[in-house]
Design a binder for this molecule. Structure first.
Ligand code: GAR
Length: 204
């Protein structure tokens, strides 16, 4: 492993297409990050199989096998401690992390969300965007803060909504943008170009 690359832990819960976009980017020798571990809270995640097919180390910390969030998070920390980790990338990781967990990794956890935050936090974003008759939507990569889908925005990508869009077509076009935005954000961080001042990101 190269010495000066940012070591990523990618946390997933399902399909893992954003994870795969990050893995693909890391294959480029000029990309300033490498994947140390892919971790899922669901043993059946498709993404775990994909990560293993890429020859990556994986960990499963199944939240259902713990009595509560604090023991689950303790196991998560233990699993992370087995690997070099500079940055945690939440990529469709569908568990809300506690303030204690987030504070244990200050400005070292980022997330991708399929809306133009702070609009449409949470689930069913595309349905809600369409119901509101919006004419644009998109995706956001942001630093994680204790509140759900909150924190300084690193990158947003916008798309125009078409008259005949459904939640599925919208999700598909936004996902394409997610796969561009997430590696771009990690590149900025890996190149040490990201500063946070008063909870606002500046890219140098
Ligand atoms: C992505 O669309 C991601 O933005 C979303 O889950 C999907 C995961 O897909 N995340 C959230 O909604 C987080 N609040 P993937 O497993 O194929 O990357």
């Amino acid at each position: 492993m190269a010495l000066n690359k940012l070591n990523l832990a990618i946390l997933i819960s399902g399909r893992g297409s954003n994870m795969e976009a990050l893995i693909e980017s890391c294959r480029d020798p000029s990309f300033p990050a490498q994947v140390s571990v892919v971790l899922s809270n669901r043993p059946e995640s498709k993404g775990i199989e994909i990560a293993q097919n890429h020859g990556l180390l994986t960990e499963i910390v199944d939240h259902k096998t713990f009595p509560g969030p604090s023991s689950f998070e303790a196991a998560l920390q233990k699993a992370l401690a087995r690997h070099p980790v500079d940055l945690i990338c939440l990529a469709g990781f569908m568990r809300l992390l506690s303030p204690e967990f987030v504070q244990a990794w200050p400005d070292k956890i980022i997330n991708i969300h399929p809306s133009l935050l702070p609009d449409y936090k949470g689930l069913n974003t595309h349905e809600r965007v369409l119901a509101d008759g919006r004419n644009e939507s998109g995706c956001t990569v942001h630093f994680v803060r204790p509140a759900m889908d909150a924190g300084p925005v690193i990158i947003q990508k916008k798309i125009q909504i078409k008259q005949n869009d459904t939640p599925e077509t919208l999700a598909g076009r936004i996902l394409e943008q997610e796969h561009v935005a997430y590696p771009e954000a990690v590149r900025f961080i890996g190149e040490n170009r990201v500063r946070i001042t008063n909870e606002q990101v500046t890219i140098l």
